[in-house]
Each structure stands twice: as C-alpha cells, then as structure tokens.
Write a protein that binds this ligand. Structure first.
Ligand SMILES: [Mg+2]
Length: 219
C-alpha cells in the first residue's frame, strides 16, 4: 500500500502485513546533544544544561554571558545543515534495528524541517539505516495514525520527547510507547515521559521490550 502523510516530505512507504515500528531520529538513532556540544565548542559557546532545553543553557566561552536565543537558533540551523559532518549513530541502534527489521517494518519519523531532508537521508543511509523516512514538523500522533490506520498488527513508537510520546498515545492508544534518549546528561534532566510509556536504558533494552511486545501479540 502506498500512502501520503499530510504536511510531510517522505520516502515511498509500503507497509507489509506485519508489525510496524515508528522511530524518531535525533537522540534515538543519531546522536544530537553530544555532537551539538562539540559544534558549540568549535563556535566559542558551551552547553551547561540545568534544564531539559537548549535555549537558556548555552553560554559564550569568551565572557560567560548567556547566548541569545536567536544565536542559538542560527547555530542549530547551521548544525543541521552540516549534520553529516557531525552526527554519529547511537550505540547499537543499527544492529538492533536490523534484527527487528526481520519481523517488522521500520519507518523513521523526524520533526526536522523538510529542507534538511536530503542531508539526513544521506547520513542515515551511510550508517546502514536504510528505512524510509518521514520529515514533518506536524504532531507525531496523527502521522502514526495515518501510517497505522486500522491495521491489526502491533505498532511501536520510539522517541525521546514527552510531547511526541503522548501525542501518539492519544491518537493510537494501542501503541507500545518506548522512551529512549542517548545523551546521559539530558536523560537525567528529562521530565518523566508520562503514563503508559516504557523507559528504555539503551537500544538492547528497547529491543527486548519490543520483541516481548510482539511475542505477546502473537500469543
Ligand atoms: Mg528526538
């Protein structure tokens, strides 16, 4: 079946008659916070997080002043423009997804602006993440709902952000929701992902949660 997700740019999507795993990218399959810290460092700034956000937690190395919001946004834009020089795969993500892809369809769902789509596609494929990708800044719940529809197969959603997990919970309540965040500093600062969400320590733990869910569904 070929489908179209509104307000999104995406690869061809052909789902089989098998379970579906919808997977976020930043902080889930590609490191984001850690390489962005390195990028800031190269540009004379540093991240000193005291809360779960970038804005307000970045400071000038020259005089210690807080980096203005518009400068942070401009650096984020430049970072994503050059992401293929900076972002690296999260430990074991590729191997775990490869094993899971033997029994499930995998689709990447990234909130990245569609203008960075080409760089991201190239970067993912370079690291063996050859699964179709959807890039949209629209809420993730409706996107998963469009993908999964009324299928009877199990569906899984993996993300680091509370809002995204709860959006999917609201629109596709039967989804196994898995919270995964690569960067340890930010993981300790993150708000609890909310009710009904399984928290994975790392990719092997996420894989175990997902295969147990599939086994249970298969009876
Ligand atoms: Mg993310």
């Amino acid at each position: 079946m070929t489908m179209l997700i509104p307000d999104a740019e995406h690869d061809d999507l052909h789902l089989g008659e098998r379970p579906l795993i919808v997977c976020d990218i930043d902080e889930v399959v590609l490191e984001f916070v850690t390489p962005f810290e390195a990028y800031l460092d190269q540009n004379g700034h540093e991240l000193r997080p005291t809360s779960f956000r970038l804005h307000g937690n970045i400071f000038s190395r020259a005089d210690g002043s807080e980096t203005p919001g518009e400068t942070v946004s401009a650096m984020l834009e430049a970072f994503f423009q050059a992401q293929d020089e900076w972002q690296t795969p999260v430990t074991e993500a590729a191997d775990c997804l490869a094993r899971l892809s033997a029994q499930a369809d995998i689709v990447f769902l990234t909130a990245m602006p569609p203008r960075h789509r080409e760089q991201r596609r190239t970067l993912l494929s370079r690291h063996g993440f050859d699964y179709p990708m959807i890039a949209t800044e629209s809420p993730k719940g409706p996107a998963v709902q469009t993908l999964h529809g009324a299928r009877a197969q199990p569906v899984v959603f993996i993300d680091d952000i509370f809002v995204n997990l709860q959006s999917v919970r609201k629109h596709v309540p039967e989804t196994l929701l898995v919270n995964l965040m690569a960067n340890e500093n930010f993981r300790t600062l993150a708000p609890h992902p909310g009710e009904g969400v399984a928290i994975a320590r790392d990719w092997p733990h996420a894989e175990a949660l997902i295969t147990a869910h599939f086994d249970k569904a298969a009876g």
